[in-house]
Every structure is written in C-alpha cells, then in structure tokens.
Ligand binder design. Structure first.
Ligand code: ADP
Ligand code: MG
Length: 284
C-alpha cells in the first residue's frame, strides 16, 4: 500500500522482526509471530494478521532490508527528491542495530552493518557514475533530548545551548549553530557517523539519560549541478532517524500526528501539524 499526501509524498511502512536475543532464549522466550511467505504480512498468535508495505522476518539480514526498503530512496535523491527513514519501536526492538547507530570503521566489511553506512556507500557509488554533475555533500548528526538539540559532531554543552531552528522562506529549515561537515568520499562520511555514534554514548552517560528517550538524526544534504547546464541543479536532503523508544515523548506524539495527516488520502491540502515539536519541525 502506498499512501500519498497532497504533495505526492509516499509514506511506506516496513515491519522488521528481530530474532530472539540470547537473553530471551535463555529465559525460555519463544516467538509468537508467524509470517506469510511471499506476503508482507505478520500473524500475531493464531489469528491477528497485520499487513505492511514490507515485512522482514527474523531471518532477513541487513543487506536485504536495505536493498528493499532504503536503496530506492537513494536513487530518488539523484532526481532531486528528499527522503526520510525513521526507525520506530520499543527499546530493544532493534532500531539502532537496523540503522547502524553502533557503527565503527572496523566493521566496514561485516554483513551486520546497518542502514546508514550502506546509504553512504551507495550514495558515493551512484555519485561516481555521474561525472557530468558537480556535487557538494554536507553531513550533520544531532540528538534531540527533552526538546533540546545536541550536536553530535561537536558535543559541548555551550555549543548546544546556541542551537536553534529557523524557517527560511527560501531555504527551508535551518538549524543555526549546528556543525555541518563537508564530505567528499564515503570514508569521510562514515567517520562523521562513527564520531557521532561515540558522542551519543558518551553524552548519554554524562547526562544520565538513555537512548530510549532521545531521537538521533543523521542528515546528508546534497547539492547537484549539471556541469554544462547552469539551469539544472537540485538540493536534496536525506534524514536517517533513530527514534526514541518510549512514548512519553513530545516528538514521537507529534510525529504520529504528522504521519497520519500525510497518509490521509482524501485530505487534499490538509493541515499537517509539524510545528508541535523540534523533531517534526526539523524533518518538515
Ligand atoms: P533499540 O535501539 O531499538 O533499543 P537495539 O538496536 O539496541 O534496540 O537492539 C537490541 C539488541 O538486539 C541488540 O543487542 C542488538 O544487537 C540485537 N538485534 C537487534 N536487531 C537484530 C537483528 N536483526 N539480528 C540480530 N540481532 C539484533
Ligand atoms: Mg537504540
């Protein structure tokens, strides 16, 4: 099922079920889900069936999840589309694992690397095939905790206090004071991911908080200009989001409302309530 809002933004929902972790197995837990082969459907218990755009059972690995649900968005980026990937689910369900939020460069060739490092690899591969275009890529990585923005590429307390969101009529959303790193190859870009992932862990302990209460947003901004045609140029943004795992969170509530509004088929030109939280303003 593909739902489109009045601006033609498709919203797709993929369900991923992780395997039981060793702790669950040793406590005698058993899976209560079954999967319908060839159908994007999951059955809970004996009779409760749910259908999504994609369903990935526990045997499905990172590569397939990426190729099916995320890679098509990267092709859209080169046509000037924006895209957002949101990982949503309760704490321990596999959001950070799926997104690649524990990535370190030593894992480069391991099959369990998640979405973000794979996005980076594909993005630069596709870029290399477009020699008649000029590119400018910038990366930022931030965390929203209690409606405060923390810059994961420069995680000092004073800096964070100076970060604010502005809405520019021409340029769209601007996050003033946030570090933006210009990157020219996949290696530079994964280095930003790795640095941010490390700050995320450090900052969480320092603030005595948990990732279950914060949203982490890795953003890649791409400017493309055709070399011999000054009139052909695109700006695209790709947001990769590891959402908070708990519901007592303003951002999650607003995000739910925004997604419902975007997904309502008959609501042409309807109101999308994105101003209610920093998360939804940033992802606008
Ligand atoms: P969350 O970020 O949603 O709180 P995590 O990504 O930290 O959850 O995952 C919880 C645990 O489950 C971690 O130990 C992680 O390695 C493991 N895990 C999650 N998804 C998978 C998967 N698809 N295959 C194997 N292990 C997984
Ligand atoms: Mg997590």
């Amino acid at each position: 099922m593909v739902r489109e809002d009045d601006k033609g933004i498709p919203v797709r929902v993929a369900l991923r079920c992780r395997p039981l972790v060793p702790k669950e197995t040793s406590e005698g837990c058993q899976s209560c889900l079954s999967f319908v082969p060839g159908e994007p459907q999951v059955v809970v218990g004996n009779d409760k069936a749910f259908t999504y755009d994609y369903v990935f059972d526990p045997s499905v690995e990172q590569e397939e999840v990426f190729n099916t649900a995320v890679a098509p968005l990267i092709r859209g980026i080169f046509k000037g589309y924006n895209a957002t990937v949101l990982a949503y689910g309760q704490t321990g369900s596999g959001k950070t694992y799926s997104m690649g939020g524990t990535y370190t460069a030593t894992q480069e060739h391991e099959p369990h690397v998640g979405v973000i490092p794979r996005v980076i690899k594909l993005l630069f591969k596709e870029k290399e095939q477009r020699q008649d275009w000029e590119f400018l890529l910038k990366v930022s990585y931030l965390e929203i905790y209690n409606e405060d923005i923390l810059d994961l590429l420069c995680p000092s307390r004073e800096r964070s206090a100076q970060i604010s969101i502005r809405e520019d009529p021409k340029e769209g959303i601007k996050i003033v004071g946030l570090t933006e790193r210009q990157v020219s190859c996949a290696q530079d870009t994964v280095a930003c991911l790795e640095q941010g992932n490390n700050s995320r862990t450090v900052a969480s302990t320092a603030m005595n908080s948990q990732s279950s209460r914060s949203h982490a947003i890795f953003t890649i901004c791409i400017e493309q200009k055709k070399k011999n045609d000054k009139n052909s140029s695109f700006h695209s943004k790709l947001h990769l989001v590891d959402l908070a795992g708990i519901n007592i969170n303003r951002g999650l509530l607003s995000l739910g409302n925004v997604i419902s509004a975007l997904g309502e088929e008959n609501k042409k030109g309807g109101f999308v309530p994105y101003r209610d939280s920093k998360l939804t303003r940033l992802l606008q």
